[in-house]
Design a protein around this ligand. Structure first.
Ligand code: P6P
Length: 335
């Protein structure tokens, strides 16, 4: 079968042998994410037509107004994962604490935990800009058969067994890795099937797009200010192009296709950065590295950070290998 005509379902079955020590649970886990993505996609695409836009009237743990679609997406992914008895725990941006998932018989025999940002960039929904789901999967580290603990979630990114995102854009795509490269699947909404559209997705080693909210320029560390000026200097292949959607999945997806760097640094307004390590930076870092790119906190590898809190924030530099390396050079001057 021609590579590009392969469906996600066929791909998962074909790659089953890649999942070391897995008795098919990881495949079933990816499949349940596929199902939930289709359901959320339907709602996201209808958002303008039904009363599902706008704030839910509550705030999530981040103190951010919850858009109704945030809550809806969280419920869909939670229920889809819980009902299939594949995971033993779930942590979500929308929930203060992690959820312990028991089997129907009250057991704790499943071995995977999932961390998820069910609808990242949701503030863009009202203005019809692409949003995304980001997920990260680990094998539990505490004994199977016991309830999961926080330790199962506070693992460094290098322990991830799979990670990916769904981008609900002009087309809906599921992009994921299980540690053997990155593959992108595009949804054919007419028949509700994801088809392999971007086999062996690679980050160009170089690029000329930089993505950062320059509105915060005066609050940035000097190394970031110096890198921005480097991007803007008339020299060689520069000035680069500034492109910032304000939706992490969209900005990184574009940069993975065209080449580029995304930066959300610390600032006096966000002293630890804004993005969350466990369910935004680590999964995007896993994808970036598997695609030949680089992901850093400005000084070191994101995936080697030992997490200390479920919702902890870190500065995030992610994209084309040589561009992230260059930005780190500027940061190193002020370490
Ligand atoms: P700012 C969305 O809220 C998000 O978490 C990312 O998707 C996005 O890249 C970033 O925050 C935008 O933040 O402060 O530039 O609006």
């Amino acid at each position: 079968m021609e590579e590009r005509n392969k469906t996600l379902g066929e791909f998962i079955i074909e790659k089953q042998e890649d999942f070391k020590y897995s008795s098919g649970e990881l495949s079933r886990l990816i499949n349940s994410i596929r199902l939930a993505a289709k359901v959320v996609n339907y709602k996201v695409n209808k958002a303008g037509l039904v009363d599902i836009i706008g704030k839910f009237g509550e705030q999530n743990i981040q103190g951010e107004d919850q858009q109704k679609l945030d809550v809806y997406a969280n419920e869909i992914f939670m229920q889809t994962l819980i009902n299939r008895e594949i995971v033993c725990g779930i942590a979500s941006e929308e929930n203060d604490d992690f959820l312990t998932i028991e089997g129907n018989d009250g057991s704790h025999n499943n071995k995977y935990v999932v961390l998820i940002d069910p609808l990242d960039g949701s503030s863009n929904i009202d203005v019809n800009v692409s949003v995304g789901t980001i997920f990260s999967i680990y094998r539990r580290v505490t004994p199977v058969g016991t309830p999961v603990t926080l330790e199962d979630f506070l693992q460094p990114g290098v322990n991830q067994v799979a990670a990916g995102y769904v981008i609900y854009g002009t087309s809906t795509m599921l992009v994921y890795t299980t540690g053997n490269g990155v593959n992108g699947f595009t949804l054919n909404p007419a028949i509700g099937t994801f088809y392999l559209s971007h086999p062996n997705f690679m980050f160009p080693k170089d690029g000329n797009i930089y993505s950062i909210n320059e509105g915060n320029y005066v609050h940035f560390p000097q190394g970031v200010k110096d890198y921005i000026k480097y991007c803007q200097l008339e020299e060689g292949d520069r000035p680069y192009t500034s492109r910032y959607i304000g939706s992490l999945v969209s900005d990184i997806h574009r940069n993975m296709i065209k080449g580029g760097i995304y930066i959300y640094p610390t600032s006096s307004k966000a002293p630890k950065g804004k993005l969350r390590l466990l369910y935004e930076c680590n999964p995007m870092a896993f994808l970036a590295e598997q695609a030949g790119g680089k992901a850093s906190d400005g000084f070191g590898r994101i995936m080697e950070i030992q997490p200390t809190e479920l919702h902890q924030r870190v500065p995030f530099f992610c994209g084309s290998y040589n561009m992230v390396e260059k930005a780190e050079e500027f940061m190193a001057k002020y370490k």
